[in-house]
Write a protein of this length. Structure first.
Lengths: 245, 271
């Protein structure tokens, strides 16, 4: 076989029967990686369905990085537009949380800002304070869908076949890794808007306003306390000085 | 410490690997799985490294690719090498990247003189960035490509001579390739430049479901034929060579891998 024929055989056109061995190995490597990276989706839909859908995704967006734990950045969106999965509108969000979990797991290690780090600040100083998210902190808000309950029940119990008792409402999730293990908790729309604004570089007073715009009933003190307790921030800085963890 | 036989290290065996003490024991991991910024995986590898020698086996540099290795990938390998200080670093006589797409396999190419020049330059660049010698492994073959100007053994020898790199001989790959392409595995070993040999891989293979081909599947114990070839190789080398029991799929209990490692140790002791 010629080298050009080999590449063509690898990428699609059928050729020599032995080409199937290379094609199978490449496809298996890609699908195995997706199966490892999206374990909650696998448990929700079953391995057979997952692997056949994953094969379609591989053909559309093959990996571009040899670190296969990063593979599948577009898989969540792919599931969202995958017509046969239209009756499972939660798959896209669950896949996103799987992706965020791997990102949190493999992010750079850092100490989290202590929960009491802001305790001594006067209100004006607190409002001008900029909180810098921890490198392993990830969060998302899913309007209208109980993605956090589905995902965390899937991770904690594994059994998500009975969706009957889940309240069908918008939910957010916060993933943090102040040590070696990824932990998670529910996040309100206000809490998600708060940390999103902090990540965009806004001072806490502006971030609070953003949270209230998103969620007028937001309990700001509780939302901030939760983020701090979970280790969602790495550092805080005011205009005059920085606070270490 | 002198390396004897080592085993592939999988996350499910981290704790047992950390506890185990055995003369000359070492562990090998795929470098790409540990190219993380932080987190538990890297922390575990550092703990293993604090009590055992660790070898980094790369699968993604694409040294036989149509261009230089991906600069970011090479930088990540360098960062990992600095952090882990591995006892061995190895890569493959193969390509896995083309036009930005990564193929998770070790793919063949025509061993031409221009490919030799290109690959030698890629190995030299890698050794320069890492500041150390690496070993290059023979892949398994399933298909006879047209256009070879060099035998695999001669190509590997020439790379070693030109770049100073070492060679990693995968005995199972020799057996599988000889079966699939119709060659003589023993003659391959007899021609192999053992002076450049830095490491040996031993693994199991399986029969393809749809063709008569043998697949280098790393999902079974080492076969009797491959053990025989290994004894032949070491008799030729006349010295023990660090030897890895490779297992990537259907990974058995840690003790089973250690028992297979003992077998390799017995063969090595006779060399």
């Amino acid at each position: 076989m010629t080298p050009q024929g080999f590449v063509q055989g690898l990428l699609g056109a059928p050729g020599h029967p032995a080409m199937a061995v290379y094609r199978n190995t490449v496809m298996k490597g890609c699908i195995d990686a997706l199966e490892a990276n999206f374990s909650s989706v696998v448990r929700l839909v079953g391995a057979d369905w997952f692997r056949s859908v994953a094969a379609l995704y591989v053909a559309e967006e093959p990996p571009r990085d040899a670190r296969l734990f990063t593979y599948g950045g577009g898989f969540s969106a792919f599931l969202g537009r995958f017509e046969p999965a239209a009756d499972m509108p939660y798959l896209e969000g669950v896949a996103l949380l799987d992706l965020l979990w791997v990102e949190s797991l493999t992010a750079v290690d850092a100490d989290a800002l202590r929960a009491d780090a802001l305790a001594g600040l006067a209100p004006e100083a607190l409002g001008g304070c900029r909180l810098i998210p921890h490198p392993a902190a990830r969060w998302s808000w899913h309007p209208g869908l109980p993605i956090s309950t589905l995902w965390s029940r899937n991770r904690e119990v594994g059994d998500t076949t009975d969706l009957g008792d889940i309240a069908w409402q918008g939910e957010g999730l916060l993933l943090t890794r102040p040590g070696l293990d990824v932990q998670w908790c529910r996040l309100t729309a206000g809490g998600a808007a708060l940390i999103t604004a902090c990540a965009q570089g806004h001072a806490l007073a502006d971030a609070a306003a953003a949270a209230l715009t998103e969620d007028p009933d937001c309990d700001l003190a509780a939302a901030l306390a939760l983020l701090l307790e979970q280790g969602a921030f790495a550092a805080a800085s005011t205009s005059s000085r920085g606070l270490e963890p | 410490m002198k390396l004897t036989a080592g085993v592939s290290l999988k996350p499910q065996h981290f704790e047992e690997a950390e506890r185990t003490r055995a003369d000359g024991l070492w562990f090998e991991v795929h470098a790409e799985n540990y190219m993380v910024a932080g987190g538990p995986r890297l922390a575990w590898l550092e703990r293993i490294r604090s009590c055992h020698p660790v070898s980094l086996h790369g699968v993604g540099l694409s040294l036989a690719g149509d261009g230089p290795p991906d600069a970011e990938h090479l930088q990540r390998l360098d960062a990992l090498v600095r952090r882990i200080e591995p006892v061995l670093v190895s890569e493959h006589l193969a390509w896995s990247r083309r036009e930005g797409v990564y193929f998770p396999d070790l793919l063949p190419f025509p061993r031409t003189t221009s490919a030799l020049h290109r690959m030698a330059a890629n190995i030299e660049l890698t050794q320069q960035v890492l500041g150390r010698r690496i070993a290059i492994e023979n892949p398994s073959h399933y298909l006879a490509l047209d256009g070879h100007e060099w035998s695999e053994v001669d190509f590997l020898r020439e790379l070693a001579v030109r770049t100073g790199c070492g060679l990693l001989l995968d005995v199972n790959n020799v057996f599988v390739s000889a079966h699939n392409l119709g060659g003589d595995a023993r003659a391959y070993l007899d021609a192999f430049p053992v002076a450049h040999l830095m490491e040996v891989h031993l693994a199991g293979h399986s029969v393809d479901a749809n063709t008569p081909l043998l697949i280098d599947s790393h999902d079974a114990p080492v076969s009797a034929e491959v053990w025989g070839l290994y004894r032949h190789l070491l008799a030729r080398a006349g010295r023990p060579v660090p030897t890895l029991i490779e297992r990537d799929d259907r990974v058995p209990a840690f003790d089973e891998l250690l028992a297979e490692r003992e077998l390799a140790g017995h063969v090595e002791a006779l060399a």
